[in-house]
Structures are given as C-alpha cells and as structure tokens.
Design a protein around this ligand. Structure first.
Ligand SMILES: [Zn+2]
Length: 232
C-alpha cells in the first residue's frame, strides 16, 4: 500500500482518538461538578442560617420580655393593693409601672415583627428546598445519562486505540517516525492530500516529480510545509 495513504488512514484514527478523548474529557468535567445544584445548595444553607438567626432573636426577645414582666408584676401589685399611701411615692411607682409596661409593649411588637419575618423566611426555605430537590432529581437523571455516554466513549476510545495499534504495525517504522515527528510539529495535521497539484496543507504548487513520486509507492514530504503527501 502507498505509504502516504497508509499514513492518511492512521491520521484518520488519530483524529478520531483526539475527538473522542476530547468529548470524554468534556463529559468527565460535567460529571465532576454541577454548578447550578451546588449554588442552590449553598443558597439553601444560607437561608436556613438566616432563619435560625431570626428564631434566635425571637427567643432572646421573649426572654427579655419575661424579665421585664417579672419586674413589672410586683410593682403592679404594689400599685394596686393599697399598700403605698404616700401620693408622691405612689406617683413615682405609677411612673415606674408605666415605663415597664411601655417596655413590655415594645418587646411584644418586636416579637410580632420577628414572627412575621420567620414566617416569610420559612416560606423562602421551603421553596428553596424544593428547588434543590428538583435540581437533585434532574441531576440524578442527567448523571445516569452521562455515565452511559462516558462508558460508550471509553469503549470507543479503546476500540480506536486497538485499531491504531493494528494499523501502525503494518507501517514501516521509519515512515511511522516521520509521521510522528511531522504530527508533533503540525498540531496533528501530518498528512496532506494533493489536490489540483497543490499540497492541501500549505497550498503550495508541487513539482511534477513530487507528484509522480507520491503516485508511486514512495513517501514524499512537501518541500514547503514538510507534510507527508498523498494522492486522493
Ligand atoms: Zn505543504
């Protein structure tokens, strides 16, 4: 077989190997990380943390209300049980009771506001959790598909590598060496077709002698780009 054509066939398999390998890497990259899902999970964790924080604020407000009420109760009793007779003392006691009652009202308002915020944040958490669940389900399905695709690509790679090995074994080692050297220099494009008397690799017009040598069973390289030539 003409060495140019042999190497052209080898190049086809090398292209196939490169392309399949690239697709496989892409699938592996996608399998490794789901940005959307991971972002949604982080968001959910943040929202839960915010909810816990508001719940903590509510508990603190409730404790603080209890403290004020504990101070208020005996003062109210004293104010209304007639034990204080002195009008000045009574007025001062009344003022203290008013102040404490005002503080209790303020704390209760704060509690109500916090309860509202808890309610809203609980809704947000529920909706974010359901979004995460949906994404997880989607991901499980997509992941299964990608794993099937990965297995298919791995088998295709193995098959192509086997075919390459078999084909390379039929090529003269010195020609294989030239092919590998040119392939390294020319980013994989080592074998170029001769079309209308030109090298398709660099478009230069070839000499008649190069063309006839390529037609015979010789390995011919383009004078200009060094690629191995073959007649289609
Ligand atoms: Zn050329």
């Amino acid at each position: 077989m003409n060495p140019g054509k042999q190497l052209r066939d080898l190049q086809e398999i090398d292209y196939e190997l490169a392309k399949t390998g690239e697709t496989l890497s892409h699938v592996e990259e996608q399998l490794a990380f789901n940005h959307e899902l991971s972002q949604a999970q982080v968001d959910l964790a943040n929202k839960k943390e915010q909810l816990a924080d508001i719940q903590r604020q509510l508990r603190e407000t409730e404790y603080s209300t209890e403290d004020i009420v504990a101070k208020l109760k005996p003062q109210q009793k004293k104010l209304y049980d007639g034990s204080v007779k002195n009008p000045k003392e009574l007025a001062s006691l009344k003022q203290q009771v008013d102040q404490l009652e005002e503080q209790v009202r303020a704390e209760e308002d704060k509690s109500l506001e916090l309860m509202d915020r808890i309610q809203s944040m609980e809704d947000v958490v529920v909706s974010q959790a359901s979004k995460v669940r949906e994404l997880e389900e989607e991901w499980a399905k997509k992941r299964a598909e990608m794993l099937t695709e990965k297995a298919r690509l791995e088998a295709a790679l193995e098959d192509a590598a086997k075919r390459r090995g078999q084909m390379a074994a039929t090529i003269a080692p010195e020609n294989l060496d030239i092919y590998e050297a040119v392939r390294n220099r020319k980013q994989g494009y080592a074998v170029a077709k001769i079309e209308l008397g030109r090298c398709q690799g660099c478009r230069i017009t070839l000499s008649m002698s190069d063309i006839s040598r390529a037609r015979a069973a010789e390995l011919v390289q383009c004078d200009s780009c060094g690629r191995i030539l073959y007649l289609g």
